[in-house]
Every structure is written in structure tokens, then in C-alpha cells.
Design a protein. Structure first.
Ligand SMILES: Nc1nc2c(c(=O)[nH]1)N[C@@H](CN(C=O)c1ccc(C(=O)N[C@@H](CCC(=O)O)C(=O)O)cc1)CN2
Length: 285
């Protein structure tokens, strides 16, 4: 009878930089019977900065829990590491918040259905009912949770209930500001797709601002959500050329393609455990 396939693990490490980190992590993995498949790293300075490392490894014992506990005591504590150990074969469960714009949501659902994104969309929540049929066609639960200034606390309590247990929340052109209490209640990272090349044109209507400014590029930014609007750590960005002949509607149309590709790359990189926070920025390995 053939041996069960090895577990493939991912080890993410962030710590104060010093000599000996790579040797200690590699020796630990080797002593644990793991075979390193890939290793990427970044130091923020020649000496004394912050060190980031992403290591993928094959683990014949398949005991990721045991490896995680041993790494904590044998290595992480000594180097003052923040770290995670995840199973590469376990798809992330994501919840999506959306309003009326469908292009980013449908792109995520389509890529997931095609197997391009290794995620499980657990639920789509919208403050409008419009997208229920489209979401239903993908066999994904859709919940309409209306949001008004008066009902926002109750609405966010319901959203938190529906998002319990997800690994990631994606704001796919969700046009409501998420409160600090919802961020705290959910506890999982949130990624927003902002429809401009931040830091330009924050707020709700960036394409109108872009047209009025006469820009020659429009873009999109995927960033982690913080309480402060559009100020969270940037994960991915891109742009497309535009000119004076394009109306605001043209900018919106041209920008939508960029939004979709930027969001899908950001969600993929996050779910592949490639993104680490460095203050209000990110390191993507
Ligand atoms: N806490 C955060 N919430 C949200 C963020 C964020 O970065 N932090 N990004 C926005 C998305 N967004 C732009 O990409 C955006 C959406 C909505 C508005 C806005 O002003 N909307 C309403 C007000 C709604 C409310 O008060 O809840 C309005 O148009 O008046 C600005 C930017 C998603 N949420």
C-alpha cells in the first residue's frame, strides 16, 4: 500500500534581523524530517532591520500541529519571531461583502469556480438585493443585510455573525465604511479593492475625481482594511492609460478591468500565505 502523500506546510516568519535565522529555521525543519521546497526572504536593512521569510516544505510525518508547537518553543521564542504554520492543501474560507457593482465579485466567483483561486467562498453579504440571482447561479449563499445610518450597528452585528469562522473577508466594491467594532468582531483580515491608484483619489467617487483632474492613468489598489478609510497596507496595484477623449464612464469601464485583476492577485497572494505586514506596508514573497 503506497504511503500517504506528504503534507506541504508553509512557515511565515517575521522577526528582528540578526545572524543565524536561516540556519536555525533550516536546521529545525531538517531535524523535523521536513524537506524545504522553496524559501524566500527579505531584510529591511543591511543590519538591524526586520527579517521576513516564507518557507514551503514537505512533511512526511504530516504533523503540522506538532511542528508548530516545537517551532514556537525551539526557535521562535529565541529569535522573538512572529510566525504562522499553515497547510498548503487547506483552502481559505472567505466571506465577501458587496454593494451593487458586480464585476469584482463575479470575477472572484468565476475564478474560484474555474479552480484558478483555491478558496472556498462561504458567503456573500450585500447591503442591496440586486446580486442575489448572480451569486445563486454559482451555488454560493447570498444574504441581504440592509445598512442605513440608523441601523448600522445591528447590520454589522448580523454581518459579524455571518462572517464567523472565515479566514479572510473581501470587500468587493462594498460601499459602506466598516467600523472598528466590525473589524474587531470579525478578527480575520479584510481586503478592499479601491478603484484608484492610492494614495490618489481616496473616498467614494475616485473616477469622477480622476476625470476632473485630467489624469493620463487610472488604476486600482488592493489593500488591507483598517478603520481609517483607504489607508490600510497596500498589497497590489496596477494602472491603465487613459486620455482626454475618455469620459468618466469610460474611465469607470477601463478601470473595472484593472480592479478585477488587482483584487484577484491580492486575494491569491494572501491565500497562498505570501503577504506579511511591515507596519503600514506589506512584504509579498
Ligand atoms: N474601515 C474601512 N471601511 C471601508 C474601506 C476602508 O478602507 N476602511 N474601504 C471602503 C471602500 N471605499 C472605497 O474603496 C469606500 C466606500 C464607501 C465610501 C463612502 O463614503 N460611502 C458612503 C458612506 C457609507 C458609510 O458611512 O458607511 C457614502 O458614499 O457617503 C468611501 C469609500 C469600504 N469600506
Amino acid at each position: 500500500m503506497s504511503r500517504p502523500a506528504d503534507t506541504v506546510g508553509r512557515l511565515l516568519v517575521r522577526c528582528p534581523d540578526r545572524f543565524g535565522i536561516v540556519a536555525a529555521v533550516s536546521s529545525f525543519l531538517s531535524a523535523s524530517g521536513a524537506n524545504i521546497l522553496s524559501l524566500d526572504q527579505h531584510a529591511t536593512a543591511t543590519y538591524g532591520g526586520t527579517y521576513f521569510q516564507r518557507t514551503e516544505f514537505a512533511l512526511p510525518s504530516r504533523d503540522l500541529d506538532g511542528l508548530r508547537a516545537a517551532f514556537a518553543s525551539d526557535v521562535a521564542r529565541h529569535f522573538g519571531m512572529d510566525f504562522t504554520v499553515t497547510d498548503a492543501a487547506a483552502p481559505k474560507r472567505i466571506g465577501v461583502l458587496v454593494s451593487k457593482s458586480d464585476h469584482c465579485l463575479l470575477d472572484l466567483l468565476w475564478r474560484t469556480q474555474r479552480g484558478e483561486l483555491d478558496v472556498e467562498v462561504a458567503v456573500v453579504i450585500s447591503n442591496h438585493p440586486d446580486l442575489a440571482p448572480a451569486v445563486g447561479s454559482f451555488g454560493v449563499p447570498f444574504v441581504h443585510v440592509p445598512v442605513t445610518p440608523e441601523t448600522k450597528p445591528e447590520a454589522e452585528a448580523r454581518q459579524a455573525e455571518l462572517l464567523a469562522g472565515v479566514d479572510l473577508v473581501v470587500l468587493a466594491r462594498y460601499m459602506q465604511i466598516v467600523s472598528g467594532s466590525l473589524l474587531a468582531a470579525v478578527g480575520s483580515p479584510m481586503i478592499n479593492i479601491h478603484h484608484s491608484f492610492l494614495p490618489a483619489f481616496v473616498g467614494a467617487v475616485p473616477y469622477r475625481q480622476a476625470k476632473e483632474r485630467g489624469v493620463k492613468l487610472v488604476g486600482a489598489t488592493a489593500h488591507y482594511v483598517t478603520e481609517e478609510l483607504d489607508q490600510g497596507p497596500i498589497i497590489e496595484q496596477d494602472v491603465v492609460r487613459v486620455n482626454h477623449r475618455h469620459s468618466a464612464a469610460d474611465l469607470t469601464r477601463l478601470g473595472a478591468d484593472v480592479e478585477r485583476s488587482v483584487l484577484s492577485r491580492a486575494v491569491r497572494w494572501h491565500c497562498e500565505d505570501r503577504v506579511m505586514r511591515d507596519g503600514n506596508t506589506t512584504v509579498v514573497l
